[in-house]
Ligand binder design. Structure first.
Ligand code: HEM
Ligand code: MG
Length: 250
């Protein structure tokens, strides 16, 4: 009896929000530019407050929630750690990822460019532009490539401060690859559009609409296959072989 008062809140809180269960962020929690890491915190795979995330927590969260293999998890953690403004940090907070033009870049799928204002959280207008290029119920490499190209083209034309570093470019392609190879199916390189919309708009894993953690572990090599296919699908088709002598503008 003596301990009831002490245990009760812990039991109730634990029952209300066990590990893995979705609970939207509290106002005191930290979130940032990455819809997937925000979701993992909302589910408690990462610390719910979004702060002081270390390598083990990152590797375990990515493995338990998404079946990323440990090497891939460690690789991704490096970007988190390096985004911490403290030198030699061994942890990061989710909003450290917001540092503009470090890893965060212009032309995001669901965030406006920093030049226009708040750039780290979901923006429905920007996401609607992206979704316009998701022309089927199941996203594939070409749709993802088209929507990515559209975002960078639009930013280039409308944002006087638009820039994209080499690292920014690589993140941009990799994030688009992640939609297909991690949220979707790494073998077919497809993802139901409703899973992407659910994740981006709610920052919740789409279990309730049929998503399941992938059965087979996902490696960096898997992501890179989709990455290169998106690059191919973005390139304007090369000219077919032709006879120069028949050309007017020769
Ligand atoms: C966006 C970092 C894991 C999917 C971002 C951005 C950063 C980032 C810095 C912002 C780029 C920008 O749009 O300006 C990280 C780190 C991770 C991680 C450090 C692991 C430690 C993941 C995973 C997925 C993912 C596992 C799987 C689906 C995405 C997507 C975006 C994104 C789709 C694009 C958001 C948008 O364009 O609006 N991430 N990420 N990320 N991330 Fe992550
Ligand atoms: Mg951005």
């Amino acid at each position: 009896m003596k301990f009831t008062g002490f245990l009760f809140p812990a039991v109730v809180l634990g029952a209300a929000c066990p590990y893995g269960t979705f609970k939207p962020e509290d106002p005191t929690d930290t979130r940032g530019v990455c819809p997937m890491l925000n979701a993992l915190s909302n589910h408690g795979f990462l610390p719910r407050n979004g702060r002081n995330i270390n390598e083990n927590q990152t590797v375990n969260a990515l493995n338990e929630a998404l079946n990323l293999d440990h090497d891939f998890g460690r690789f991704l953690f490096t970007a988190g750690r390096l985004s911490n403004p403290k030198p030699n940090a061994t942890t990061f907070d989710l909003d450290h990822l917001d540092r503009h033009n470090l890893f965060e870049h212009d032309g995001s799928l669901s965030r406006q460019d920093a030049h226009f204002g708040q750039w780290s959280r979901f923006n429905q207008t920007v996401w609607n532009w992206t979704m316009q290029y998701y022309t089927g119920d199941v996203l594939d490499v070409q749709m993802v490539a088209n929507s990515r190209a559209q975002r960078h083209m639009r930013s280039n034309l409308t944002d006087p401060a638009y820039s994209l570093s080499e690292v920014g470019y690589q993140f941009s392609v990799a994030e688009n690859a992640a939609i297909l190879s991690i949220l979707g199916d790494k073998v077919t390189q497809t993802c139901p559009k409703k899973f992407a919309d659910f994740l981006f708009t709610r920052e919740e894993l789409p279990y309730s609409i049929g998503w399941k953690k992938p059965d087979v572990p996902i490696s960096l090599t898997d992501l890179l296959r989709t990455y290169h296919d998106i690059e191919q699908a973005t390139a304007f088709p090369p000219r077919p072989a032709h006879d120069n002598s028949t050309e007017i503008f020769n």
